[in-house]
Design a protein around this ligand. Sequence first.
Ligand code: SF4
Length: 219
Amino acid sequence: MLAVAVGLYSIRKKKIIYPKFVLFMLYLFYSPTKWVFSAFSMNDLLVDEILVEIQNSIYLEKFKKQDERKVILLPQCLRSSDCHARCDPLYGFICTKCGRCDIGEIQKEAEIRDFKVFVVPGSSFVKKIFKEYKPTSCIGVACPVELSESMQKTSVIPSQGVYLINDGCFETRVNVGEVVEKMDLVFPINADSSGDGSSGSGRYILPTLYDFENEGGGS
Ligand code: SF4
């Protein structure tokens, strides 16, 4: 509980103190801590949120410096129930930006900013993507429980987590602006960008997932 208290204090003050201690203790005593929260009718998601916020803070500076092979991992529950995206056995759902869910919007913003989006049906896909694509940084979107777990597993690269607005594993939503803010930590673009890939800094769109596939998986 001391780690929880330190974590909460850090988040409130926006100054992370003893981050390694808090992470170590909370991951080590994750289940008992959640149990204590539940037993006292407290929101046990707070434990996950502390873990995510501390990791966001720890990895922030390294994340900002990664300028290649940046990925966004989105859960498939964000898809519309009327989604016709094909599921690739290696890279997950291939979004066609039909506009029925938040994924299409994120995909468009990501292409401008040279992030590659993967819509993953499960954790086994994340392993495959890490093996095949070898990302150097990552933005993950999920519910707090999934995020705290997956950020621990992907701690080999700097990552940033964004929570879903609602959970329920079906037609979930995310604040697209929050995901774009995370992308802009690395690569801020002019607000008047035309969206055709040419920004004020003269950057251009690097190959998308579709190009990557056509090249034979980038290996
Ligand atoms: S925007 Fe993409 S993921 Fe969403 S419903 Fe359309 S094809 Fe499916």
